[in-house]
Design a protein around this ligand. Structure first.
Ligand SMILES: NC(=O)c1ccc[n+]([C@@H]2O[C@H](COP(=O)([O-])OP(=O)(O)OC[C@H]3O[C@@H](n4cnc5c(N)ncnc54)[C@H](OP(=O)(O)O)[C@@H]3O)[C@@H](O)[C@H]2O)c1
Length: 237
């Protein structure tokens, strides 16, 4: 398979791409730092024009079988009202870039009548953390996008797989100063992501218990939900 992945220079993306490469697949990697793969492109995914032209170039000569929109950013948790630039960058990198990434891939997959689009969302999309609201909003936006895209593309035999992990050890989580419940080692987390992709799971939340806790909190009456979120977050920062 030809696999195009963003954010393969560290963490989840790097581990996942390494696994696919060792299985004989060809990796096309996009990130700001040069990733350790033969076809590696240095690009800030928030530079939409550059991203679109790189993907256009790749798809001109290669049929992409699977695309993994994994690049993501999380600014340090804070109770302060976020500066506009950081807010915009979070939404641009985590969400808007996905549509730029897919612009030239979806038509190709439609033509081939097959393909897999993997989106790396987060359990953070279920409940919005007061100390990380841009990140939560970006991930909730992905969930909405995935739902619509999945049903838009199903008739072309294109699978949309939306993965919502809890905490996984990576550069992103090393920066967190609070205790992360159900934190998974990188290899374990990526193993679960690889499993979900292999089974074409439309939606995949993990780890199981943490995912259910978060999902139950998300459907509680607003006042009860706010009581829990305020308690959880007042001790965090
Ligand atoms: N770790 C967790 O607990 C967790 C949980 C749920 C979801 N996720 C999601 O999983 C994905 C991967 O995160 P991770 O934990 O592996 O974090 P990570 O180790 O910090 O990796 C993030 C990757 O995204 C790339 N990236 C960040 N900003 C970019 C930009 N502007 N342009 C291009 N590439 C960019 C980084 O590459 P460069 O720095 O080289 O650009 C890096 O390769 C993210 O979408 C994250 O939200 C993580």
């Amino acid at each position: 398979m030809n696999i195009l992945i963003t954010g393969a220079s560290s963490g989840i993306g790097k581990e996942l791409a390494k696994r696919y490469e060792s299985q004989g697949h060809t990796i096309f990697a996009i990130s700001r730092r040069k990733a350790d793969f033969e076809n590696s492109y240095e690009c800030d995914v928030a530079d939409f024009d550059k991203l679109r032209s790189i993907v256009k170039e790749i798809t001109k000569n290669n049929k992409i079988d699977m695309v993994i929109a994994n690049a993501g950013i999380s600014y340090p948790h804070s109770t302060a009202f976020m500066p506009f630039e950081e807010f915009k960058n979070t939404i641009d990198v985590n969400f808007i870039s996905i549509h730029a990434l897919l612009e030239n891939i979806v038509p190709q997959m439609k033509e081939n009548e097959r393909g897999k689009i993997v989106l790396i969302s987060s359990l953070a999309g279920y409940v919005s953390s007061p100390t990380s609201l841009a990140y939560s909003a970006s991930k909730r936006a992905i969930n909405s996008y995935a739902e619509g895209l999945r049903n838009q593309l199903s008739k072309y035999n294109i699978k949309v797989i939306n993965i919502k992990p809890g905490f996984i050890e990576s550069e992103m989580t090393t920066k967190n100063k609070f205790k992360m419940p159900f934190l998974l080692p990188l290899e374990k987390g990526v193993e679960k992501i690889e499993y979900a992709i292999s089974k074409d799971k439309k939606e995949y939340d993990f780890p199981f218990i943490f995912a259910w806790v978060v999902k139950i909190v998300s459907i509680l009456p607003t006042n009860l939900k706010d009581f829990i979120l305020n308690r959880l977050n007042s001790s965090k920062i």
